[in-house]
Design a protein around this ligand. Sequence first.
Ligand code: PA5
Length: 470
Amino acid sequence: MDISFVRCKNIEAFLRKRAKMLKLGDHLTDAFISEHEREQMKAQLSLARDLLDHKKCPGAEYTGWLELPLSVSEAELSEIERVASDIRDNFDILIVVGIGGSYLGARAVIEALSHHFMAHLPAGKRNGPLVLFAGHQISPDYMHDLLEVTRGKRVALNVISKSGTTTEPAIAFRILREQLFGDLTDQALRECVFITTDRSKGALKQFARETGLTTFDIPDDIGGRYSVLTPVGILPIAVAGIDIRGLIAGARAECSRCLAPLSEDWTPADRYAVNRMILLRKGYKAEILASYEPSMRFVTEWWKQLFGESEGKDGRGLVPIGVDFTTDLHSLGQLIQEGPRILFETVIRFEKTRHDVMIPSDSRDIDQLEYLAGSGMAEVNEQAVLGTALAHTSGGVPNIEIVLEERSAFCLGELIYFFERACALSGIMNGVNPFNQPGVEAYKRNMFALMGKPGFEWLRAELTNHSVTS
Ligand code: PA5
């Protein structure tokens, strides 16, 4: 019997029970985009879908994420859950070492779904080990402080790098290995270091082979920023105690919806991609992603990477900006309302919150809030969403709304797939390869040259000469 099939049926049953799906509200763009403009984009959308779904687009060799939620196997999920459960049982801290696409997805999902003050909860009230991050910058102060909090704690590492040669995580891994496990034999190291990398090549793979460490493969056909639903994301997410099957089920629901043939009812991802293209061509240069839930901050960071790295090339692309509302209404809010009219806004909203907290009555009413006494914060937040959307649209900022049912693994899975799909379609419609990142190499080459990496002497001479003469 195919166990994977049985489990998949469970996921399907789970899906059937879920009537509500991610929704896209773009009625607030009506003053900025008319329906005939969308209609006229239909041919381009249809071509982009065709190129993507038939894997004929530029970068097609990196489109393995397209059907990933449908093909992830029971064996893969069980193995991730088994290792995650060992880590949860035996360690106080998991440090995830990685950068870019090998970092942001896991952090996004973990922070979106965890307790806001996880690190401050007493150990017994925490849902598993603390998940901390390293290798996503080269700050010595950060590394020093990280090492300080690990003292006396049982620490595991999950080192994630597809190429296995990225400088930031390689430096972090070398330091953490020496500082935390310097005395350990390879045998003991196997208990606490887990590697996620290319299935066959790269320095990390070689290190794992030589030391016999447990490894998880990153599929060849999935690039970093599209990899959150591979072991890159789901191992650390599972260690954080998050339901990875729910996450995959959400992605699967959105994937099935997106891969259906183009009909009169465009999918939310189709519509979002088309709205973005129309607005870009009308002169809107930047898209602001806003959320009213602070736990979504790293989802916004992940989104910025996904869209920025996928679309920003060949002199093209929308500039992705992230804000937390209502916090940033007291900083960037002024610029959004009255600054240059080159911005549009995409707002993520949840239909329900996990909790509500009532605003109490106070007969002195010094703060003049008595009219809100007895209201929940959720209701006030909702009105802030509405009030802001109306203010911004009347100030000339088109608004698109992404509505999720709740802050759950399922909804995050839907959202991830929705953004991946919309990003790929937008990039293709805009004439770029959404799966490469040639521009990322420029700073790396300069850094290697300046640090004296063998083989980069010519560039060092060029750079030194440049800074002397300029
Ligand atoms: O999206 C991408 O491909 C990049 O952001 C990479 O994920 C990032 O540069 C890290 O690369 P690697 O996983 O090879 O260390």
